[in-house]
Design a protein around this ligand. Structure first.
Ligand SMILES: NC(=O)c1ccc[n+]([C@@H]2O[C@H](COP(=O)([O-])OP(=O)(O)OC[C@H]3O[C@@H](n4cnc5c(N)ncnc54)[C@H](O)[C@@H]3O)[C@@H](O)[C@H]2O)c1
Length: 703
């Protein structure tokens, strides 16, 4: 027995290596574990009469979660990173060259380096347990597989299926893995050991490898893996990647280069190319930012509890207001075995709500998150009502009606009388102060904000907003609930706009000021797309709705004053011209065609402004626009930190990436600010302040 690995004998000629890293929920491949593994392989090689070697995990839900990201993040030079990849490749080559039959016995997550290890075995046996999943998610950390994954996967399953797994980091189910030939057999976890014995007894290694060779040389796989097939498949994939990311993320493009230019040399030569490419990527700032983000989210998961949660779990909940947000919240919650009741004003609204919930479940079905049977079950578990009967049985109630302080306060006070003293009462308000809404409540300790982002099914972030009286036990239950439904909760203290909207709305508002200063719609949006934002700010305003942006902007202006004064043209476009954005067909863009086009008719209605005439220095216009838009966000973020709205910079990075799509390769807003540097933040803000005024008042955070 060694540290993380255990070598056991199954019978006279079959051996098992069990991975079981001490003091850890997962098995990860760090230097020490890899060395231990290599030593055991050497031992097996020298043992007489070994016919089969099985590689298993003793962890209940994880086979091997991947290589140790901490060790990768420490690699500063391309040479060190390439060397590290080569060490891993050497050990997996060792496994691959053993004379016995090697079998990966996978019950649980088999990801990254774990899958690369499994690919180096002769045979892969998986269980159909819900925790079994397979994938190479390295691109999500800004790197590519470096232990042979880019080479062994296409050789086994062909390039076409490999592309989605390598360049998108797609994770697949055991059923899919069996279908595409990634695994050889899929069984119930309870019969795993008997199947292992059967494999040892029945499978003849020579025969198996001959058959595998035939399978790999099928016409379709040969065509896909040929030079021509590779060039063609990679060309289409590259176009898709560039359309999605504008080429700003290097990892998928590097993976494509490798996949296109390998596969027709010896395996060793191709592995060398993979290691070199891995080395170059792993040492880039983009990869380091994405790995840091991984550490930040891990840290968030391990945060210390404030108290014991008020509820063990949320089983029954009600959503009041079944519109875009309410239906989204219901559709996502019901997928986690929560019975959801939606309440709206009338049956017409409820019919719409039912359609929206069905859409959410349909999307989950299409992406194979749920099966068709589950789809039916979840539809049945979502019920609809126009009254508040049965609300006293609810564990949680989320209000998602119109964004109006008066209406919300009245509805919340009314609801508080219909629920039990233990029911948690939450609001999905995007901007209104939680303390303001709690003013007339009898039990403010049970009240808080649970702020989802639109579209709920897609956006991972949820802000948990604690009012001054919210009890820590209720906050903990809200955190558990949002985690249960697969979201990432970030706890923020109360203020109008909370964290994300308080930072984002000034950015959207500033884009309208820039328009007033004479910049064109396409130039403003293009500047931010090339920065890495998923959508330009004016296009985003159209998506949000000019009505919603106007009402939210008013709330922020009322509270924060001139610093957040709404651009006069935003008021004009909504109030005078009645433009609503996408939902009304027109806003900053014309949405009648499939690809929205800038709505040039609005230029004549804009309120001219002079800020642009004071543009400092000779900054190219794209950079100028990016600085103008980023600095309003950075300064507001600085104020949030000063006011203790969130605990630290990392929380802002996570929230802006998960709540607004801020480019992950930049590491988040505050990491971007650190890269820009305090001196530049101060000097640019000062120059903008002199020409534009109060909107660019420097936050004390940067003094
Ligand atoms: N739309 C977004 O992007 C977004 C994002 C985050 C948060 N929010 C917040 O979520 C809330 C809802 O927004 P939405 O976009 O879903 O609005 P919506 O207009 O789509 O839906 C509101 C629903 O509430 C219903 N309603 C109104 N009064 C009611 C009452 N007294 N009882 C029951 N139902 C009632 C309406 O009939 C409607 O179906 C708002 O507070 C909004 O600020 C919206």
């Amino acid at each position: 027995m060694t540290g993380s690995l255990h070598l056991n004998q199954l019978n006279d000629h079959a051996w098992v290596i069990d991975f079981d890293q001490p003091d850890s929920k997962a098995n990860v491949l760090n230097q020490k574990v890899l060395e231990e593994f290599d030593a055991l392989l050497e031992k097996i090689k020298n043992l007489k009469g070994v016919r089969s070697l099985f590689i298993r995990s003793k962890k209940p839900n994880i086979w091997i979660a991947g290589a140790d990201v901490n060790e990768i993040a420490e690699l500063d030079t391309p040479e060190d990173a390439a060397y590290k990849a080569k060490l891993g490749q050497k050990i997996f080559n060792h496994l691959n060259s053993l004379p016995c039959f090697t079998v990966a016995v996978i019950n649980g997550a088999c990801l990254g380096g774990g899958l690369e290890l499994a690919l180096s075995c002769d045979y892969r046996l998986v269980t159909n347990s819900p925790s079994t999943k397979m994938g190479l998610p390295e691109v999500k950390l800004g790197i590519i597989p470096g232990f042979g994954g880019t080479q062994r996967l296409p050789r086994l399953i062909g390039l076409k299926e490999s592309l989605a797994m390598i360049i998108e980091g797609r994770i697949i189910s055991p059923k899919k893995a069996l279908k595409i030939g990634l695994v050889d057999d899929c069984v119930e976890p309870s019969i795993l050991e008997s199947v292992m014995l059967e494999i040892d007894k029945k499978v003849d290694r020579e025969d198996y490898l001959n058959n595998l060779y035939k399978k790999r040389s099928s016409f379709s796989k040969t065509l896909q893996n040929s030079r021509f097939g590779r060039a063609l498949l990679c060309m289409f994939a590259r176009k898709r990647v560039i359309a999605r990311t504008r080429g700003l993320y290097r990892a998928p493009l590097t993976a494509l280069d490798i996949l296109q230019h390998t596969g027709y040399h010896t395996l060793q030569k191709d592995l060398d190319m993979e290691a070199q490419a891995f080395g170059k990527l792993a040492a880039t700032a983009g990869a380091h930012h994405m790995m840091d983000l991984f550490f930040k989210t891990e840290k968030l998961k391990k945060r210390k509890r404030l108290a014991e949660p008020s509820h063990d779990t949320i089983k029954n909940m009600a959503v009041v207001g079944g519109g875009v947000m309410g239906a989204g919240i219901a559709g996502v919650s019901v997928q986690s075995q929560i019975h959801v009741r939606i309440c709206d004003l009338n049956w017409e609204a409820l019919a719409k709500s039912r359609g929206l919930v069905t859409n959410v479940l349909n999307k989950a079905c299409k992406t194979r998150r749920i099966t068709k049977e589950m789809f039916e079950l979840f539809r049945y578990q979502t019920t609809y009502t126009t009254n508040h009967d049965g609300f006293q049985k609810m564990d949680l109630l989320i209000e998602a009606i119109v964004e109006d302080l008066g209406v919300k306060s009245k509805v919340l006070t009314d609801l508080e009388n219909k629920i039990s003293p233990d029911t948690i009462l939450a609001t999905n308000t995007s901007t209104i102060s939680i303390d303001e809404l709690a003013k007339n409540l009898k039990r403010p300790e049970n009240f808080l904000g649970i702020h989802f982002f639109n579209p709920v099914i897609k956006m991972p972030l949820v802000e948990i907003i604690a009012g001054k009286d919210t009890s820590p036990a209720v906050i903990e239950t809200a955190i558990n609930y949002t985690r249960k439904i697969g979201k990432t909760p970030v706890v923020v203290n109360n203020c109008p706009g909370f964290l994300v909207n308080r930072i984002l709305l000034p950015y959207l508002n500033e884009a309208v000021y820039l328009l007033e200063e004479g910049f064109e719609i396409k130039d403003i949006d293009e500047a931010m797309l090339s920065f890495g934002m998923p959508m330009g700010p004016l296009r985003l305003l159209d998506e949000v709705g000019l009505d919603v942006a106007y009402h939210a902007g008013q709330i922020l202006e009322d509270h924060y004053g001139l610093r957040m004064a709404m651009a006069p043209s935003l008021q004009k476009l909504y109030l005078d011209l009645g433009l609503l954005g996408k939902k009304g067909g027109k806003g900053f863009y014309n949405h009648s065609s499939r690809k929205p086009v800038p709505n040039s008719a609005i230029y004549s209605y804009l309120q001219p402004s002079e800020g642009n005439q004071m543009r400092p220095g000779k900054l190219p216009s794209k950079i100028y626009l990016q600085h103008r838009l980023m600095l309003v966000m950075l300064n507001e973020a600085g104020r949030c930190l000063k006011e203790n709205i969130v605990s630290d910079e990392d929380m802002i990075d996570i929230a802006m990436i998960m709540g607004t799509g801020f480019p992950a390769f930049r590491g988040g807003l505050m990491t971007y600010g650190r890269d820009l540097g305090n001196e530049r933040i101060k000097s640019f803000t000062q120059q903008f302040y002199e020409s534009i005024g109060i909107r660019y008042k420097l936050s004390d955070y940067y003094h």
